[in-house]
Design a protein around this ligand. Structure first.
Ligand code: AMP
Length: 214
């Protein structure tokens, strides 16, 4: 089974992706994670991408398509791929069609997580992660036991992503509406789009997604 996890930044795709990849034995391909890895390693690509990411804009279709094409080679013994954060433009969706045709794979479902803008902004601004073990928190919805400190590891401090600022959030949501929302229509036209209310708890949302994936 190959799926696309779709939805605005902050809707909870990352949280669902972790649950789904384990349950359905999928290779999780997150273009955002891959790009943050490039930035952290200080690669040429990472240097180019950082300023664009910090401003909330999209990096070029070629760059992300290259990341996905490479990652797709690592399916190994998993049962398929789960794309998270890709495609984000109709042009990327068309590139993905070509990649899938080349690799003889088919996208089975496009699961779109949906939530109101106000809730998304709160989720984005509350988002923190541990600088040591990477565990995710949200200071409004899923706070640590002690403010600023990781529950899961000794000495881990909670920090924000460098693209987690108010201005960037608004920009990312505007970019989503202008460039990414149209991708939904693209997949609706192919009969692949499934929408899920993303406002419940992670467990509730997961249960709804599982109903779709069977
Ligand atoms: P994410 O973690 O998916 O929210 O992605 C973080 C940032 O990486 C985005 O705001 C973009 O700047 C960049 N990015 C991730 N995926 C893509 C994509 N498919 N196309 C263009 N830019 C992307």
């Amino acid at each position: 089974m190959n799926i696309i996890l779709f939805g605005p930044p902050g809707v909870g795709k990352g949280t669902q992706a972790v649950l789904l990849k384990d349950k359905f034995k999928l290779l999780h391909i997150s273009t955002g994670e891959a790009l943050r890895g490039e930035v952290a390693r200080g690669t040429e690509l990472g240097k180019k991408a950082k300023a664009i990411m910090d401003s909330g804009k999209l990096v070029s279709d070629d760059i992300v398509a290259g990341i996905v094409a490479n990652a797709m080679q690592n399916v190994g013994d998993r049962k398929g791929v789960m794309l998270d954060g890709f495609p984000r433009t109709v042009a990327q969706a068309k590139i993905l069609d070509t990649l899938c045709a080349e690799k003889k794979i088919r996208i089975d479902h496009v699961v779109s997580l949906e939530a109101e803008k106000e809730l998304i902004l709160k989720r984005l601004s509350g988002r923190r992660f541990c600088d040591k073990c990477g565990k995710d928190y949200n200071i409004y919805f899923n706070p640590p036991k002690v403010e600023g400190e990781c529950d899961a590891c000794e000495g881990g401090r909670l920090t924000q992503r460098t693209d987690d600022s108010e201005a960037t959030h608004l920009n990312r949501l505007n970019v989503y509406e202008a460039q990414t929302e149209p991708v939904k229509g693209y997949y609706a036209g192919k009969g692949l789009l499934r929408t899920v209310d993303g406002t419940g708890t992670p467990e509730e949302v997961f249960s709804e997604v599982c109903k779709i994936l069977g």
